[in-house]
Ligand binder design. Structure first.
Ligand SMILES: Nc1ncnc2c1ncn2[C@@H]1O[C@H](COP(=O)(O)OP(=O)(O)OP(=O)(O)O)[C@@H](O)[C@H]1O
Length: 303
């Protein structure tokens, strides 16, 4: 899809597919085009080129059927402060045409999922920001959408709410819901997303599972050994290990670039020991999505 604002092309050829039960992450810095992308997916904005299909139906600002299959949780809150959490859910459930026992059952289920069962009766104006955000998410998924869109749902929330949100998303995915999740927090994308699209300047720079993305950049793991003894002898011996691509001595430390550090580390430690080195510390560093992002765009995710 392509979406312009005047001379600015905010989204420039973004394309992806999300299967049922899959959580797809759009990971990118501020201004990358995440919100514009989801606004087009949700039919709030028209695309200037391309098309969006939800469960096979074409989405657009005037489309009705695909919007019924969609739950959108925007960054802004849309809840009634005078009503309790339960009343808010019941109200929005009504708007979706849910009634009676079915609505009550689903409301209980959602309250449980977002961890607000204990606070169901309290007026929401007394809620913390994180609790309001959780309720907003509850409203978005009340009608069992096929696709739930969450736009940076954990920005500015307390750690407890953040955890409740992440757990809820994991549970939804297990239930078979497709989730589109935007974030600029790498740890969230790593934990939640089956596949990740790295977006910058309105374009998907790379897409895949976490491991696939890391393989694209071809960076090796690092093992850092700190110890005493004959480090030079150990260095020679370590260079002979198959998984070791590079080994350098840096003062009292040996830095190794290796493939698959968690598997290689046992051999590395034994070899260093056999060469007469007494190890004080062993540290493994693996490339993460931040490294991928840096590699692809030359900048950090939080720039
Ligand atoms: N309604 C609009 N009119 C003009 N420019 C816009 C509009 N909405 C977004 N933009 C511009 O389009 C670009 C992409 O913005 P967008 O909000 O999609 O990014 P984002 O990745 O969601 O960032 P954030 O993390 O800050 O929400 C930015 O340069 C932004 O200034």
């Amino acid at each position: 899809m392509v979406r312009r604002f005047g001379d600015l092309t905010a989204v420039d050829g973004v394309s992806f597919h999300i299967a049922p039960g899959e959580t797809y992450g759009l990971l990118g810095p501020n201004g990358a085009g995440k919100t514009t992308t989801i606004s087009v997916v949700a039919g709030l904005l028209a695309a200037d080129a391309g098309e969006v299909r939800i469960a096979g139906r074409r989405m657009g600002p005037r489309a009705i059927a695909p919007k019924r299959r969609l739950g959108l949780v925007p960054q802004d809150l849309a809840i009634y402060p005078e009503l309790s959490a339960r009343e808010n859910l019941m109200f929005f459930g009504h708007l979706h045409g849910m009634r009676g026992a079915e609505l009550k059952r689903r409301t209980d289920e959602v309250l449980d999922l977002i961890g607000l069962t204990d606070r169901a009766k309290g007026q929401t104006k007394e809620f913390s920001g994180g609790m309001k955000r959780r309720l907003n998410i509850g409203i978005g998924l009340l009608h069992h959408p096929d696709l739930l869109i969450l736009d940076e749902p954990t920005v500015g929330v307390d750690p407890q709410s953040r955890n409740a949100i992440l757990e809820a998303v994991e549970a939804l995915s297990t239930e078979g819901m497709a989730v589109l999740y935007t974030t600029h927090y790498m740890e969230e994308a790593e934990r939640l997303c089956d596949r990740i699209g790295i977006i910058d300047a309105g374009t998907i720079q790379a897409e895949g599972t976490r491991d696939e993305l890391i393989r694209i950049i071809g960076e090796l793991d690092e093992i850092r050994l700190v110890g005493t003894g004959d480090l030079a002898a150990a260095l020679m011996a370590l260079q002979e290990i198959g998984a070791v691509e590079r080994a350098v001595l840096e003062g009292r430390q040996i830095l190794l670039h290796v493939r698959d550090a968690p598997t290689a580390v046992a051999t590395v430690v034994t070899t260093a020991g056999r060469s007469g080195v007494e190890l004080a510390d062993v540290e493994i560093t693996r490339p993460d999505l931040e490294s991928v992002f840096l590699h692809l765009t030359g900048k950090g995710l939080r720039d």
